[in-house]
Design a protein around this ligand. Structure first.
Ligand code: PBG
Length: 327
C-alpha cells in the first residue's frame, strides 16, 4: 500500500460519510409530471407506470396539492384531450383540458409552486407527431407558428414557465418572440434542448395517448448514438435563442450528456427521468429484485451528481416525502 493512501478513512461512520457527501437531494429539486384527461369520471391507472394515473380535474388538484405539500419544486402538466386533430387545436384552446388545468392550479396555488405544461403537439394531434404534417413529414417552420400560439395560451392560462419539448429547429427563438410580443417578456423558457429518440418514452405513449400513427420521431429527436457535440450544439442554439434553462432527456442513459451540458453552460440544467426509467425500477421492485426506495433515490442521486440542478421525475412527491422523513 502507498504510505498515506487510505480512502476508507472517510467512510468509517455514517456521520463522516454524511459530512463529506457531495450530492444531497432536496424535495425542491424535483418536478412532478402529471397527466390530466378530458371526459373521465375517475382517474385511469397507466398500466405500464404502476402508481401513475391519468387524472380527472379533481384528482389532479388533489394530487397537485399533495405534491406541493411534500415540497416538490414544480408541476409539469400533460393534457389528454377528448378530441384530436391534425394541428393539435386543443393545445391552445382556452377551454382545452390542459389550459383549464393550468388555470385551476394557478387559482389553487398562486405563486406557491412553479406551474408548467409540456409545450408540444403530440398529445393533441390525431397523427401523434410533435408538429404539423406537410407532405408526410413534420414541417418545421409551420410547427413553430403553432408552438408560439401554444406558448401564449399556456402563459395566459397561468403557466409560470413554458417547456418546449418538440425538438423543432428554432423553437426557443420563436416562442421567445411570441412571449415577448404578447406581454410575457418575464416568463422563462426551460428548453428540452438535448432530447433523444428514445425507447424509454414507451410507457409515456400510453399515459399521454400520443404514439405516432406512422413513422417515428427520428426525424426531429436526436439519435441516441449521436455525438455529445451534437447535444452541445442543440444546447448552444437554445441558449442563443433565449433559453433560461436547458434540459437533457432521458436521464439515466444520458448521464454523460448531462455532465457535458453542465460543463458547457452557466444556466440551470434540468434532466427528465422518463417513463421507461420509472417503469424499469417499478417492474424490478414489484418482482422483489430491487429495493424500490433505494433504487429510486440512487438514480436521482446519479442524475444530480452528473450535473442536473433539478430533475423531472414521476416519483417526485413520494421521493420528497422520503427525504423529509430522513431529516
Ligand atoms: C412530448 C413528450 C414526450 C415525453 C415528454 N414530452 C414523448 C415523446 O417525445 O415521444 C416523454 C416523457 C416520458 O417518457 O416520461 N414530445
Amino acid at each position: 500500500m502507498f504510505p498515506g493512501a487510505r480512502p476508507r478513512r472517510l467512510r468509517s461512520t455514517p456521520a463522516i460519510r454524511g459530512l463529506v457527501r457531495q450530492v444531497r437531494l432536496d424535495p425542491g429539486d424535483l418536478v412532478l409530471p402529471m397527466f390530466v384527461k378530458e371526459g373521465i369520471a375517475e382517474p385511469v391507472p397507466v398500466t405500464s407506470m404502476p402508481g401513475v394515473v391519468q387524472h380527472t380535474m379533481d384528482s389532479l388538484r388533489k394530487a397537485a396539492h399533495e405534491g406541493v405539500q411534500a415540497g416538490v419544486g414544480g408541476l409539469l402538466l400533460f393534457g389528454v384531450p377528448a378530441v384530436k386533430d391534425s394541428v393539435g387545436s386543443q393545445a391552445d384552446a382556452v377551454d382545452g383540458i390542459v389550459n383549464r388545468a393550468l388555470a385551476a392550479l394557478r387559482a389553487d396555488f398562486g405563486d406557491d409552486t412553479v406551474l408548467m405544461a409540456d409545450l408540444c403537439l403530440c398529445e393533441y394531434t390525431d397523427h401523434g407527431h410533435c408538429g404539423v404534417i406537410d407532405g408526410g413529414d413534420v414541417a418545421n417552420d409551420e410547427t413553430l407558428n403553432r408552438y408560439a400560439e401554444v406558448a401564449l395560451a399556456q402563459a395566459n392560462a397561468g403557466a409560470h414557465v413554458v417547456a418546449p419539448s418538440g425538438m423543432m429547429d428554432g423553437q426557443v427563438g420563436a416562442i421567445r418572440s411570441a412571449l415577448d410580443g404578447g406581454g410575457f417578456a418575464g416568463l422563462p423558457i426551460i428548453a428540452y434542448s438535448a432530447k433523444y429518440a428514445s425507447c424509454f418514452y414507451g410507457p409515456f405513449r400510453e399515459a399521454a395517448e400520443g404514439a405516432p400513427q406512422f413513422g417515428d420521431r427520428g426525424g426531429y429527436q436526436q439519435d441516441p448514438a449521436g455525438s455529445v457535440q451534437e447535444a452541445l450544439r442543440e444546447v448552444a442554439l437554445d441558449v442563443a435563442e433565449g433559453a433560461d434553462a436547458v434540459m437533457v432527456k432521458p436521464a439515466l442513459a444520458y448521464l454523460d450528456v448531462i455532465a457535458a451540458v453542465r460543463a458547457a453552460v452557466d444556466l440551470p440544467v434540468a434532466a427528465y427521468q422518463v417513463s421507461g426509467e420509472y417503469a424499469m425500477v417499478e417492474a424490478a421492485a414489484a418482482n422483489g429484485w430491487l429495493d424500490r426506495e433505494r433504487a429510486v433515490l440512487e438514480t436521482l442521486t446519479a442524475i444530480r451528481r452528473a450535473g442536473a440542478d433539478f430533475v423531472f421525475t414521476y416519483w417526485a412527491a413520494e421521493a420528497a416525502r422520503w427525504l423529509a422523513a430522513r431529516r
